[in-house]
Design a protein around this ligand. Structure first.
Ligand code: SF4
Length: 202
C-alpha cells in the first residue's frame, strides 16, 4: 500500500480477511461478560471470526476501564491461548465528556500496570512498553503526538479526533501516545524497548 507498516483497527464483528495488513488491532474489552457489557453481545461472533481469520496477525486492543479493570489477566491469557492472535495491546480509558465515570484513578492504573508486568514475566504476548508505564500512570507524557495524524470525512486532526476537547490531552489514556511521544523525545529505554517489541510482534 506504499506504507512501511499497515495496521488495521476493527471491532471484529465482520469476517477477518485483510491480506494487506501487517497487524490487525481487534477491540476486545474483557472476558465474555465484561466485553459484552461494554460493546454489546459480540464476544461469540468475534471469537468465531478470529478462528476463521485468514491470517495469524491479530492483536487484541483493550481499553481498560471501571467495568473491565479486573480482566487484564484474562485477556492476556486469551491472547496467549488463541490461534491467530499474536499479542494484546492496552489503553486506559480516556475520560471523554460522556464517559468520565469509566476512567481509572492513578492507583487503579498502577495496579493494572503491575498485572501487565506480571503477565509479561509469565510470557504473555504484550505489545506495550513497560518503560512507558510510569508516565502513563501519572499522565506525565508529552501530548498530543504531533507525528500522528487522523483523517475523517476530509477533516485532518493532529494525534486524534479528540484533540478539540478542552483539557482531555492532560488525561489521555492512549498507550501509543505515551510510547510515541517518549520515543520522539529520545527516551533511551523507550527507544530500545520499542525496537525489541516491534521486531517481535510485527
Ligand atoms: S493526546 Fe491525542 S489521543 Fe490523547 S486525548 Fe489528546 S488528541 Fe486524543
Amino acid at each position: 500500500m506504499g506504507f512501511l507498516i499497515v495496521n488495521v483497527v476493527t471491532n471484529g464483528t465482520f469476517p477477518i480477511d485483510l491480506p494487506e495488513a501487517d497487524l490487525i488491532l481487534l477491540s476486545l474489552d474483557g472476558d465474555k461478560q465484561r466485553h459484552n457489557e461494554v460493546r454489546g453481545d459480540t464476544y461469540d461472533t468475534i471469537m468465531k471470526n478470529i478462528s476463521n481469520a485468514t491470517a495469524d496477525n491479530i492483536c487484541f486492543y483493550m481499553a481498560i476501564n471501571q467495568i473491565n479493570k479486573d480482566c487484564v489477566r484474562d485477556v492476556c491469557l486469551t491472547a496467549r491461548n488463541i490461534k491467530n492472535v499474536r499479542a494484546v495491546s492496552f489503553n486506559f480509558h480516556t475520560p471523554y465528556p460522556d464517559t468520565k465515570e469509566l476512567a481509572l484513578s492513578k492507583e487503579e492504573k498502577a495496579k493494572c500496570c503491575d498485572t501487565i508486568i506480571e503477565m509479561m514475566k509469565e510470557g504473555a504476548p504484550i505489545f506495550n512498553l513497560k518503560s512507558a508505564f510510569p508516565y502513563l500512570i501519572h499522565n506525565q507524557f508529552p501530548t498530543p503526538c504531533y507525528q500522528c495524524v487522523v483523517i475523517e470525512n476530509g477533516k485532518l486532526s493532529t494525534c486524534g479526533r479528540c484533540i478539540d476537547i478542552p483539557g482531555l490531552c492532560d488525561q489521555c489514556g492512549y498507550f501509543f501516545v505515551a510510547e510515541y511521544t517518549l520515543l520522539f523525545k529520545g527516551y533511551p529505554k523507550v527507544v530500545f524497548e520499542m525496537l525489541r517489541t516491534y521486531l517481535k510482534y510485527i
